[in-house]
Design a binder for this molecule. Structure first.
Ligand code: NAD
Length: 263
């Protein structure tokens, strides 16, 4: 029998109680990893961890608000003490608040940037410190979006933050290289998760079109086949990136979007 690809690697996945992060956690456990379901929602994180491994040996729930410096530092320290370090960070927690720029609330702008960018920075810093000290390398994967490359109306802070992650990733790739730490961004197209389901009626209202039209004329209009990207498409990409063996693949962003955006 061959050894599973991620055997005993410790993966911290933020926002893993739902959607994309949850699917990545499931696939990582199936490939031998020990996963930390780090999420704002402890009830959902605990249910996910229990579902993945009732014994607690391969899945642990961690309540963590990625925008809270003290919570991130304490959370990653707890992972180090319970699981013996961190090999993979998936910075994935995210929300969406849509609206036109001319009336966009400053408080919503700050909230969006705090979760997507401050959260990525704080979790990166905490994990990098550990990865450098452990001297066994590591991998950081940021959940970007096609909006790391493209813009859409009503999504100014999301587009700004997702573009920002590409810059952060490139610096991590440069600074981390001598410690064997790689960093990459996954840029999915639209995936049917609670984050997207919430946007459909909101966009219909803001654009004055039906919900079906939001799907066909806004979300999937530029794909090659009119299909949503799936959580599994994204998880398989996260598995490939985490298991890649060298610095040849670092500082990159990989678009998984049914051809919506082509580099
Ligand atoms: P989701 O709503 O299903 O899951 C997001 C999770 O993040 C939730 O469990 C939520 O509790 C958690 N979370 C929110 N704020 C948090 C905080 N401050 N600290 C910790 N956890 C927090 O969403 P999803 O669609 O799975 O999105 C995951 C990531 O993928 C996001 O970064 C999103 O921008 C990105 N993304 C999603 C899509 C899509 O179409 N769904 C496309 C491209 C990129």
């Amino acid at each position: 029998m061959t050894t599973p690809t991620l055997m005993d690697k410790v993966a911290v996945i933020t926002g893993a109680a739902s959607g994309i992060g949850k699917d990545i956690a499931q696939l990582y456990v199936a490939h031998g990893a020990r996963v930390v379901i780090a999420d704002l929602d402890l009830t959902a994180a605990s249910a996910t961890a229990l579902q993945l491994d009732a014994s607690g040996a391969r899945a642990m729930a961690l309540q963590m608000d990625v925008t809270d410096e003290a919570a991130v530092e304490a959370g990653i320290a707890e992972v180090a003490s319970q699981f013996g370090g961190v090999d993979i960070l998936i910075s994935n927690a995210g929300i969406q608040i849509v609206g036109p720029l001319d009336s966009y609330a400053f408080s919503d702008w700050k909230k969006m940037l705090a979760i997507h960018l401050d959260g990525a920075f704080l979790t990166t810093r905490a994990c990098l410190k550990l990865m450098y000290a452990q001297q066994r390398g590591g991998t950081i994967i940021y959940m970007g979006s096609v909006h790391s490359k493209e813009a859409s109306v009503l999504k100014a802070p999301y587009v700004a933050a997702k573009h920002g992650l590409v810059g952060l990733c490139k610096v991590v790739a440069k600074e981390g290289a001598k410690h064997g730490v790689r960093a990459n961004v996954i840029c999915p197209g639209f995936v049917r998760t609670p984050l997207v389901d919430k946007q459909i009626p909101e966009q219909a209202l803001a654009l004055g079109i039906s919900e079906d039209e939001v799907v066909s004329k806004v979300m999937l209009k530029d794909t090659v086949d009119g299909e949503f990207t799936t959580v599994d498409d994204v998880a398989q990409t996260a598995l490939f990136l985490a298991s890649f063996p060298s610095n040849a693949l670092t500082g990159q962003s990989i678009v998984v979007s049914h051809g919506w955006f082509m580099q």
